[in-house]
Design a protein around this ligand. Sequence first.
Ligand code: NAD
Length: 501
Amino acid sequence: MNDYQTPVPADLPERIQHYIDGESVDSAEGGTFEVLNPVTNETYIHAAAGTKADVDRAVAAARRAFETGPWREMLPRERSRVLHRIADLVEDRGDRLAELESFDSGLPITQALGQARRAAENFRFFADLIVAQADDVYKVPGRQVNYVSRKPIGVAGLITPWNTPFMLESWKLAPALAAGNSVVLKPAEFTPLSASLWAGIFAEAGLPTGVFNLVNGLGEQAGDALVKHPEVPLISFTGESSTGQTIFANAAPALKGLSMELGGKSPAVVFADADLEAAINATVFGVFSLNGERCTAGSRILVERSIYDEFVERYAAQAKRVKVGFPHERETEVGALVHPEHFEKVMSYIEIGKGEGRLVAGGGRPEGFPTGNFVAPTVFADVPSEARIFQEEIFGPVVAITPFDSEEEALELANDTKYGLAAYIWTNDLKRSHNFAQSVQAGMVWLNSNNVRDLRTPFGGVKASGLGHEGGYRSLDFYTDQQAVHINLGEVHNPVFGKAD
Ligand code: NAD
């Protein structure tokens, strides 16, 4: 118990270690870092701080498992069975997983439970996909048959952020493993707790030793060593756009395969003909769920002038009713932000916003939470497009609302940031919705919907929001080499050089 008298999960490990070649180990150099409880900001555990030496060991184990182990040679059906067992175990342990995730990250428990279910679903999805997969054959009648031979690539380096950590790890682990690769996972240093459950789950499900390795640590040390390791041909990264730029540069000398899921400042565009009730509910959820620490948050709401005043009034009233509370309480809708550094960042944007827009809800700490990383759902109206709170990713429960007069202006505003991850369009005009969707610069668009994603669809952003797409078969494309094999069926097509006269 702490000042707030909130509970600590039972049976926390004594410390968080790496998992290399089937064993839990401390850092070779003995270093650790502190992990904080976001409700109190007290250190509740120490985690192993990986350095190059640990990454070297993990990559060597993964490489060995890839080259000599059974995993990549197994039939898709056999690998699929292991992946389904992983999904079963994640489901069975969903409550524990969510309890740890919510405690470590500050996410509301009900939302952490939803993320645990999604993590299981990711494994189930790729387990099914690899047995259903067919590859392309191209025929040239009478002359050639060409087919695609898909092969795992080797050791995939997976680097993940602290928002919905376990779920985002599953998003990379499931396709990387399904395709037959070995992996080294480097989870975010703010939230290493739930990742420590993977080792037990994988071992129990029968994943061969060495296929999964985990190195904890700071991005600039453990993450950097993984990105620069010559025997890691693939890096799948989710995180901030600026970190993505650094990783891109560091991976360039070895010409690595890169998948980059980066930041966002996604617009929700509400036209006057929209179902206003549904649009308000969706846009409140769209920015305040997951504490606003959500890459696809609709953090800029653009509203047609004729409904603007009503929208702002109703939106602000609803935002004020959003229930801020302790992460473990089931009625909590917004919990505690992940870390005091992030809390300070979000609070500094709120102060900036007070000079850039009209504050209509929130604006600081919620009542009754004098300490810890709690932020009241905050709404700014009349925000001009040049404002920093319109342009920059805040990654907290803060939203900017801006009016528009015409469809053209709405599109201009929607596209007027460096990001391009998602867009949400609210209108009942069929033509307008599709035309807008095609012109908006976003990797993913939802029409009259919140962020509800079919796992088969591509996921990714344009502009500063990312490079490449994962999701469905595209994830398997990233984690496999697609070799083209050409077979001659007819005359050898062969211009003869140096022909004898
Ligand atoms: P971050 O970029 O600070 O860190 C992400 C990961 O990268 C962490 O594991 C970190 O340790 C590691 N890292 C940091 N510096 C590194 C380096 N030099 N080399 C290698 N690894 C390094 O991001 P964050 O603050 O943890 O996460 C929030 C960000 O993630 C937001 O911008 C959010 O939009 C983005 N995000 C994007 C998506 C998406 O799918 N597009 C999903 C979730 C989060």
